[in-house]
Design a protein around this ligand. Structure first.
Ligand code: AMP
Length: 224
């Protein structure tokens, strides 16, 4: 039974802040943060067969095949820490993935409790993604204009080197946004019809304010 579990999907375009918010929401609600993008990047860095298979899709800003990501999620959701609730970010990204997720949860006697869309206007997404920088040491995110590090190229927290994700260059960013519109946006209708969709506004707002809205929505409040 789902009971008082929170089985949550964060939905939103690349650059909408899903990852940043998931890092806050996960600990606040005691939910493991599950990111298919992070798992695929880890596989790529480790040079596993999965990473090698995913590489060309990721570098082009295309989606990794459904059966691959569905397999990763199926395994991850069976882990002990995900059995009493989870927060997934970056999955599902296609209707087929959404149907597969519903089916695997139904088989386990569970269901999604909340799908929260973080809504950000397109122009802002391009700006955010192309200025994004990450720390090689601890993974902390920065933005060259909106949230620069104190010392250029170095992490405030651990001093690690900052780098740009290979798929955050402007051309790939535009392709990722197109892929989002074509393949992922239909999920808004899918989840809305099922009565689990909520939305928070993520445009032109500070991460703390978006987090406050997410907190309220997940605690049973209404969308912004
Ligand atoms: P993200 O970090 O969520 O932006 O994901 C980075 C890249 O990983 C995407 O552009 C895709 O190539 C791949 N990826 C991550 N999650 C998925 C997914 N659910 N379905 C297909 N590809 C994915």
């Amino acid at each position: 039974m789902t009971g008082d579990q929170l089985n949550v999907v964060l939905l939103g375009a690349p650059g909408s802040g899903k990852g940043t918010q998931a890092e806050r929401v996960g600990p606040a609600f005691g939910l493991p943060h599950i990111s298919t993008g992070d798992m695929l990047r880890a596989a790529l860095a480790a040079g596993t067969p999965l990473g090698l298979e995913a590489k060309r899709y990721m570098e082009a800003g295309e989606l990794v095949p459904d059966e691959v990501v569905v397999g990763i999620i199926r395994e991850r959701l069976a882990d002990d820490d995900a059995r009493r609730g989870f927060l997934v970010d970056g999955f599902p990204r296609t209707l087929e993935q959404a149907r597969a997720l519903d089916a695997m949860l139904t088989d386990a006697g569970r269901a999604l409790t909340d799908v929260v869309l973080i809504d950000v206007p397109e122009e802002e997404l391009v700006q955010r993604l192309s200025g994004r920088r990450l720390c090689r040491g601890c993974g902390k995110g920065y933005h060259t204009v909106f949230d620069p590090p104190r010392q250029e190229g170095a992490c405030n927290v651990c001093g690690g080197e900052l780098y740009q994700r290979a798929d955050d260059n402007e051309e790939t960013v535009r392709n990722r946004l197109q892929v989002y519109r074509r393949q992922t946006e239909p999920l808004v209708g899918y989840y809305s019809e099922r009565g689990v969709l909520k939305a928070v506004s993520g445009g032109g707002r500070m991460p703390d304010d978006v987090f406050a809205d997410l907190r309220r929505v997940l605690a049973g409040g209404t969308s912004t």
